[in-house]
Write a protein that binds this ligand. Structure first.
Ligand SMILES: Cc1cc2nc3c(=O)[nH]c(=O)nc-3n(C[C@H](O)[C@H](O)[C@H](O)COP(=O)(O)OP(=O)(O)OC[C@H]3O[C@@H](n4cnc5c(N)ncnc54)[C@H](O)[C@@H]3O)c2cc1C
Length: 318
């Protein structure tokens, strides 16, 4: 392939989270011409939490600082970044070779391979009043909003790691935190469960779901449905923090790659999707454990696969 023009790259990376920045760092260190699009209207999920205790070697890291460290490290090796949303990805030919066109802020970028690392977004409950009270009591981010609920009563919906971790964090501010969980036990890891059960500010409503969110201008109460007793009660709260799982940000690749029923991208052990030359990494892929450490591992793996793919395409493999 001839000399690359300004907007032609070996690899285009979509997503500025742990997976994307790790892929970016590995790509530039492997002497690939790489650009990373980090999104303008969304941020990495990990910026939503104040303390990451389980990232090896950096116990207690703040989420914002951690992503910034990933970014600075990759920039230091020469990664180019663009702070804008990718709106379209299409297959094209470049000098007769299979390639990709990535549309970002109305501009076209061309790359021989793409690494897709757009992460996921928190799922909404879909109940009456939820959308209306977002920013008026309903929140998906304890780190962002917990200080607004100093000495107030709040509820957390969910029973996984994120829900319990954030419930514990909320006790630093709120007077009481009620965890509402649809099952009769938590899914969170044992250490988090122990901490939550021994925290006297946390109460539990088991076998229960939120059916309605209401108030005047600000949130005042939620209607809780006990599924076992089949009764309904009103719980007075000023804040409702919802942590009921994730939806992958994979709409851009709809019908372009194979996905599972949840919309997560299917990849093989080299992070190759069903589309040749398109790799995926991090929380947007179909896998068991969605964490920073696995996202970074995926990113490194995807970048190495992209490197082999590009070398092969250019006839440089050895
Ligand atoms: C509250 C909370 C607490 C958590 N706590 C922990 C923890 O303690 N330990 C742990 O290991 N994990 C934790 N996680 C999970 C962790 O945040 C994720 O596993 C990790 O961030 C996944 O990284 P990623 O790079 O795949 O995706 P993300 O970090 O979500 O990054 C995705 C990136 O893609 C970008 N993007 C999306 N769409 C586009 C587009 N169209 N164009 C351009 N860019 C786009 C976004 O802006 C973002 O930069 C927590 C998550 C949450 C929400």
């Amino acid at each position: 392939m001839g000399e690359m023009t300004k907007k032609q790259y070996d690899v285009a990376i979509v997503g500025g989270g742990p997976a994307g920045f790790t892929a970016g760092m590995y790509a530039v260190r492997a002497a690939m011409k790489a650009v990373l699009f980090e999104g303008a209207s969304t941020v990495s999920q990990i910026t939503m939490t104040d303390a990451i205790e389980n990232y090896p070697g950096l116990g207690g890291a703040n989420g914002l600082d951690l992503v910034d460290n990933f970014k600075q490290q990759a920039l230091g090796f020469g990664l180019e970044t663009v702070a804008d949303d990718v709106s379209e990805i299409k297959r094209i030919k470049l000098d007769g070779k299979d390639a990709w066109e990535v549309i970002v802020g109305g501009e076209s970028y061309q790359a021989l391979t793409v690494i897709f690392a757009t992460g996921a977004n928190w799922r909404h409950l879909g109940v009456v009043g939820e959308e209306r009270f977002i920013g008026r009591g309903v929140s998906f981010c304890a780190t962002c909003d917990a200080p607004l609920f100093r000495n107030r009563d709040v509820a957390v919906v969910g029973g996984g790691d994120t829900a319990i971790q954030e419930a514990i964090y909320l006790t630093k501010f709120a007077s009481k935190v009620t965890v509402i969980h649809r099952r009769d036990r938590l899914r969170a890891t044992a250490i988090l469960q122990q901490r939550a059960f021994s925290n006297n500010k946390i109460e539990f409503l088991w076998d229960s779901v939120v059916e309605k969110v209401d108030g005047l201008d600000l949130l005042q109460w939620v209607e809780v449905h006990n599924l076992k007793r089949d009764d309904y009660t009103r719980l007075s709260v000023n804040g409702l923090f919802i942590f009921v799982g994730l939806n992958p940000n994979t709409g851009l690749l709809h019908k372009m790659v194979d996905m599972d029923e949840g919309g997560y991208i299917k990849v093989n052990a080299t992070m190759q999707t069903s589309a040749n030359g398109l790799f995926a990494a991090g929380d947007c892929v179909a896998k068991q454990l969605r964490q920073v450490v696995t996202a970074c591992g995926d990113g490194a793996n995807a970048a190495y696969s992209a490197q082999l793919y590009v070398e092969d395409l250019k006839g440089e493999s050895y």
